[in-house]
Design a protein around this ligand. Structure first.
Ligand SMILES: *Cc1c(COP(=O)(O)O)cnc(C)c1O
Length: 230
C-alpha cells in the first residue's frame, strides 16, 4: 500500500471516529509522524495532500527540513533538550513536549531572538511512568502559570502519551483525564493561556483519543509503515 492509500484510510478512520463522537471531523488534525523517514517520503506524503508533520529528533529534523521543498508545516513532538532548542527555533509551529520551566525559558529566549512567539503544549505524564517525559498532573497548574509568564510563548493545550495497552480502550481513561485537566487549566483563567488543543492518540489508539476529545493525533506507522531504525 502506498502512503497515499494509507493517508486515505487514516483520514476516513479519523472522520468516522469524530462523527461517532458527535464531533466535526475538521476539528481533528492529523500530524504525520515522519521521524526516521527521509525527505523524499515526506515529499510523497505532501503530494498526497498531507502538509503537517511531527518530528522527534532534533538532528534528524534539522538535516531533513532543508530538503523538503513542499510547503509543509512541522511540529516538534519528542523530548527536547534545552541546548538543542536553537536548532529548531522558527522552524516548527508547535512544540508538543514542553515539560519543564527551564525548557520553556530556552524556547522563549530562542523565539524571542527571532522577534516571534512559539506555540506550545504542555506534556503531562499522567501515569507517572519513569520511561516517559511530562510534568505530573499535580505539577501541571504551576508549570502552566510559570510558562504563561514568558513573553515569547503561548500555551495552547496539553499533550500526553498514555501507557501502552494491547487494547486501545485501555488508554481511554488517560485521554479522558487529559481532557479533564485541560478543563481545569482553562477554568483557572490564566492570561494568554488557551486549552484549544489536546494532542493525544497514535497509530494504535487514535480512535479512542478522538472519542475523548483529541484535536491533534500523532500517527507514524499507520501512515508510513514500520520504522526502519530506532
Ligand atoms: C513515534 C511517536 C508517535 C507515532 O507513533 P506511531 O505508533 O508510529 O503512530 C506519536 N507520538 C510521539 C511522541 C512519538 O514519538
Amino acid at each position: 500500500m502506498s502512503i497515499a492509500d494509507n493517508l486515505n484510510i487514516i483520514r476516513d478512520r479519523i472522520a468516522a471516529a469524530a462523527l461517532k463522537a458527535g464531533r466535526d471531523p475538521a476539528t481533528v488534525r492529523l500530524v504525520a509522524v515522519s521521524k526516521t523517514q527521509p525527505a523524499e517520503v515526506v515529499a510523497e506524503a505532501a503530494r498526497a495532500g498531507q502538509f503537517l508533520f511531527g518530528e522527534n529528533y532534533v538532528q534528524e529534523f534539522a538535516a531533513k527540513v532543508a530538503d523538503v521543498k513542499e510547503p509543509v508545516e512541522w511540529h516538534f513532538i519528542g523530548s527536547l533538550q534545552s541546548n538543542k532548542v536553537k536548532y529548531i527555533a522558527g522552524l516548527v509551529t508547535l512544540i508538543h513536549s514542553v515539560d519543564r520551566l527551564s525548557l520553556a525559558e530556552e524556547i522563549d529566549r530562542q523565539w524571542g531572538k527571532l522577534g516571534r512567539s512559539c506555540d506550545v503544549l504542555i506534556q503531562v505524564n499522567i501515569a507517572e511512568e519513569a520511561t516517559k517525559s511530562g510534568t505530573t498532573s499535580a505539577g501541571l497548574l504551576d508549570l502552566v502559570r510559570s510558562v504563561a509568564g514568558l513573553s515569547h510563548i503561548r500555551v495552547r493545550g496539553l499533550m500526553t502519551m498514555p501507557p501502552f495497552f494491547d487494547d486501545p480502550e485501555g488508554a481511554r481513561p488517560y485521554f479522558r483525564e487529559l481532557r479533564r485537566l485541560a478543563g481545569e487549566i482553562a477554568a483557572a483563567g490564566i492570561p494568554g493561556v488557551t486549552m484549544a488543543e489536546l494532542s493525544m492518540g497514535m497509530s494504535g489508539d487514535f480512535e479512542a483519543a478522538i472519542a475523548e476529545g483529541a484535536t491533534l493525533v500523532r500517527i507514524g506507522t499507520a501512515v508510513f509503515g514500520e520504522r526502519q531504525y530506532r
